[in-house]
Every structure is written in structure tokens, then in C-alpha cells.
Design a protein around this ligand. Sequence first.
Ligand code: FDA
Length: 414
Amino acid sequence: MSPSNASLQFDVVIIGAGAAGLFCAAQAGQRGLKILLIDHATKVAEKIRISGGGRSNFTNRDLDVRAPHKHFVGQNPQFCRSALSRFTPADFVALVDKHGIAHHEKHKGQLFADHSAEDIIAMLLAECQAGHVERWQPCTVKNVEKMADSADATSVARYQIDTDRGRVQATNLVIATGGLSIPKIGATDLGYRLAQQFGLKLVTREPGLVPMTFDGASWAPYAQLAGLALPVVIGTGSRKTRMEFNEDLLFTHRGLSGPAILQISSYWQTGTPIDINLAPELDVTEHLLAAKQRSRKLIANELAAIVPARLADAWVAQDPDWQRPIAEASDKALLRLAERLTCWQLTPTGTEGYKKAEVTVGGVDTSELSQQSMEAKRVPGLYFIGEVVDITGWLGGYNFQWAWASAAACAKSL
Ligand code: FDA
């Protein structure tokens, strides 16, 4: 698979052999185009391999293609509507079925491979093989240059790519280098740098789908709860921008995690609070006031009927008025307890960063790209697909669906 001479010619060079790059290469190759796929990592598609706890949550059945803002974050979530409606979760499921990969739905439309994420990678590699895709991996990209524009730009080399395996030229260049999360498995900022090199605007990048951290001293009372999980309603934002999720929360040594926190983290603005209802299934005030009339138990024990006992104990430790039999508590103290439990306001000091984030929020500004083809409006033959674009999905298979759909849109128009 290694090049023997300089300046090999390809119809398309794709940088990044992750979800979007592999799928785009396969689709375009099967259309008869000569494709070179380049990746600097030793192993192919590491993020697919570790996704969904090793079983890859490869798409989501609940995706509403008419309302992408429901499941996607970005300056203009409507941008992804065209691609998502032309390559749907059902289309990807049909491919998975064609390859005989058993799968199941877990929660809220999330589809996982029954056996292993490796099956999804093997499927993508088989599709690339069917498209005669040439893959250089590991291969370092040293330099990318646009060559002189030609009148017949569809058939001549417009881009020159220097790599540690030699120089190649391509009519079209597709950037599928993903986001910044998990640098130790190959994430880099190359895609953003190339966007800047060609004069494209970027939206500020932040870690998304990421655990949140809190100030050491203020977190001390809750650190003992590490490992505890419970269903909550979590929210953030002003009245106009408010987002809410009904998901599981997980206490950690340094802060909070679990699906509830990961989801809200993609919307959270630094310095602003989040609020959590730790007992969303119940009217806590009513429950406590009723218990006061009939119970001789400690407040902590009554609370343990609503939330896990460890949380109940840690909670009452915050106020001496809560450390007594419920029959002896004032209504005011119980109302305060109910209020704090159902609207726990706290301001994260930060997040666990790209080391732990599943995705990057922000990226190549969608106003620079065609929503039909993902081609840069002002730079013919240059395309951006997948996570490098300022489109971020919710937890639950939405990010892969964006990778497949943007790749398919691009491949069709090459
Ligand atoms: P992706 O990251 O897949 O691929 C980018 C490729 O570019 C990589 O192979 C990388 O090596 C290469 N590259 C980067 N810099 C380069 C350079 N300088 N030169 C050459 N190559 C370069 N999503 C989902 O929908 N369901 C899920 O279950 C999960 N689970 C999950 C778990 C974990 C732990 C993480 C970190 C992420 C997820 N995700 C997810 C998110 C999902 O993995 C992600 O959104 C997609 O992989 C994005 O696909 P891309 O192809 O855009 O980037």
C-alpha cells in the first residue's frame, strides 16, 4: 500500500480515517473515484473502537430530521438538516443489516452493536475495499497547498499534499480529522488549522459531552458520594436559552458525570450555574409535610425513601435543622430541604477537558460550507465533514449519524 513515486494523482484525498473519513472514502470509491485516505494514527478508527463502551452506539432511531436543533448543538443546527434527511439512521441500519451485524436498541432510540464496535469498523473497511480505496496509515501530513486554479477544475489536481510517504495531488480534498477530544488516541487540530489556512472562519472550540468539576472545598461534602447514580432533571441557561435533560446523574470524586451532565455540558456556558432536581418523580414538599404528621423517623430516613440513602445522609448533614426526627422539624426547614433537593443550584468550576470529553463543540463555521455537499463556498474542491464542523450531536448515537450523513452528502457531490 505504500507509494513508490512522488506526485501520485487521486480524484480525492481524504485526511482522517475515522467515522466520517472511512464512510466518505467507501461511498466515493464505490462511485468509481480514485481515493486516497490518510491517517496519522497507527490504528484505524480508534474512536469507533472505544465508542458506546466498546459496542458503538452507531446511530439513533429517534432522530427527527425535520428538527435537527432538537438533537444537535452549533451556531446553526439547521445546517445539518439537508444531509441528515438524505442519509437517515434507517439508511445506516440497512448497511449494518447488509453486513449481518446484530444490533439492539438500548435507551431512547440508541442503537448498539450486539457483539463489538469492531464489527462496525470491519464493515467500513469492507466498504472501502469494495470502493478500491487506498489507505496510508500511519502517515503524517506535512503540508497542504492549493495549486493554481484551472478552467477545467473537475479533472485536474487542485491540491498538493506533502506527506512522510511522499507527495500526492488531488482534484478534491476532504478534511475529516474530527475534534480535539482524547488526544492520546490521535486527535489533533489539523482540520482547524487547514480551515484557517484557506481563510474559513472557526467557531470557538470547547469540550462537549464532558464531566464537570467543582471547587475542591465546596465539593468536599459530596466527594463521599462518588459512584452514586440516580435519575434527575438537569437544566442550564436563561429563560430564553434554557435546556433540560431527564437522565442519570453520577457523582465522582472531582464532581459530576453521567448522561445528565454529559448532555448539559454541551450547552453550559463557563461561569453560569446548572440546576438539578434530585427527586424529579415526586412532590417532595408534599411528601415531607405528610411524613411529619405520621412518622417518628429521622428526616434522613424519610428522605431515604425518595433518594438513595447515601445521598439522604449527605444531604441532611448540610443543615442542623435537618438532623432530627421529622415530627420535630419546622415546616420552614422542610420546605427549605425540599427546595434545595429539587432545585440544587451549583456552578461548575470547569470540565474534565478534552482528556475526558466525548466531542468538541464548535469548529468550522457552517456559514462557510454548502449544506448540500459540505464544500467550502469560497474554496472549490475543499470539503469538511464530521466532527470538525460546528455541529455537535447529543449523547446517544447522534454524533456518528452526523459523521455518516455529512460523509454521504460529500461523497455524492465529489
Ligand atoms: P474521528 O475522531 O472519528 O476521526 C478523525 C480521524 O482523523 C482520526 O482517525 C484521527 O487519527 C485522524 N486525524 C486527526 N488528526 C490528524 C492528522 N493531523 N493527520 C492525519 N490524521 C489525523 N458518538 C456516537 O455517536 N456514539 C457513541 O457511542 C460515541 N461514543 C464515544 C465514546 C468516546 C470515548 C468518544 C471520545 C467519542 C464518542 N462518540 C460517540 C463521538 C464520536 O466518536 C465522534 O463524534 C466521531 O468519531 C466523529 O467522527 P469523525 O470522523 O469526524 O472524527
